[in-house]
Design a protein around this ligand. Structure first.
Ligand code: GDP
Length: 300
């Protein structure tokens, strides 16, 4: 699905990469995400605790300069699979974790297949290299036997050996990811109405429906009128990944949105429109077409 219109083409600017960590259960995805989240707070000196809005921004030193990237905070494949099934392509790079003491397992293959099908470049993190019985060479052999040839062996798949538990080589991993991102020349036009994808949503006790959006083009602003899936509303408040109120969010930036009339579904697209009437109409159309789909799915 094309994100850009013709009007965007001369206004494109660099945007941060959006990253997903995938891999077999127990191979160290959560440990890696936690380590990165913790080191991020130090890196940005924000001192804030991340609020768990489903994604967070990290600053990575590249050639001595801090460059932002965004991690989706839901390890595992369900979110990725669900979003892909809905046609959403949020992730720019997949980091696939393979434990050095275990090797390729069913969900490793699943992750590789997901990334391939979505056309997303892959960086392999060979994890748990601190463990007795870790055999990264064997993992590299296994990966090359299924067509993922390590860069170090003349192939095109970057592989970094890490210990997420000890934080060993995690900086190398992030730097490698940023290099892959640079080659992708990721761009967006921040000077237009926002559109993007819902990555998480739910009903909050006092805030009502809350949704985390990742802006994929344009800039989302407080007061904007959005439609996403069957939900719509005026953006009453925006919160960043530290829980701070913000006035706007640009390309690739995750932001929690308050003001929707309903809870959307992860993978729903959102778009800023001109008026509440337009938003309501679009949301109703969408609800109708979903109803039709369900009916014909039942009949079929
Ligand atoms: P996930 O299911 O892929 O999210 O895996 P977790 O991050 O929950 O890790 C599973 C287990 O492996 C936990 O007990 C972790 O402490 C352990 N683990 C994760 N990374 C490492 C590592 O780099 N070294 C060692 N020794 N253990 C690790």
């Amino acid at each position: 699905k094309e994100i850009f219109d013709e009007e965007d083409l001369d206004k494109l600017e660099d945007r941060p990469p959006v990253l997903t960590i995938m891999g077999h259960v127990d191979h160290g995805k959560t440990t890696l995400l936690d380590y990165i989240r913790k080191s991020k707070v130090v890196a940005s000196e924000a001192g804030g605790i991340t609020q768990g809005i489903g994604a967070y921004k990290v600053l990575v030193p590249v050639d001595g300069k801090l460059q932002p990237c965004v991690f989706l905070d839901t390890p595992g494949h369900e979110a990725f699979g669900a979003m892909r099934a809905r046609g959403a392509r949020v992730t720019d790079i997949a980091i696939i974790v393979v434990a050095a003491d275990d090797g390729i397992r069913p969900q490793t293959n699943e992750a590789i297949a997901h990334a391939k099908a979505a056309g997303v470049p892959t960086v392999i993190a060979i994890s748990k290299i601190d463990k007795d019985g870790a055999n990264p060479e064997r993992v590299m052999q296994e990966l090359s036997s299924i067509g993922l040839m390590p860069e170090d062996w003349g192939g095109d798949i970057p592989m970094v050996q890490i210990s997420a538990l000890k934080g060993e080589n995690v900086d190398d991993l992030l730097e490698t990811v940023m290099l892959v991102a640079e080659l992708q020349e990721l761009k967006a036009n921040p000077h237009r109405n926002a559109k993007g994808t819902v990555i998480e949503a739910g009903l909050h006790k006092s805030k009502g429906p809350v949704a985390t959006f990742i802006v994929q083009n344009g800039t989302l602003k407080r007061g904007d009128i959005v439609v996403c899936g069957e939900a719509f509303g005026k953006v009453r408040a925006l919160f960043d990944d530290s829980g701070n109120r913000v006035d706007e969010a640009g390309p690739s930036i995750p932001v929690q949105v308050i003001g929707l009339n309903n809870v959307p579904i992860a993978g729903d697209e959102f778009e800023v429109v001109g008026s509440l009437d337009v938003a309501r109409e679009r949301a109703e159309l969408r609800a109708e077409s979903l109803r039709d789909e369900r009916i014909s799915a039942k009949a079929g």
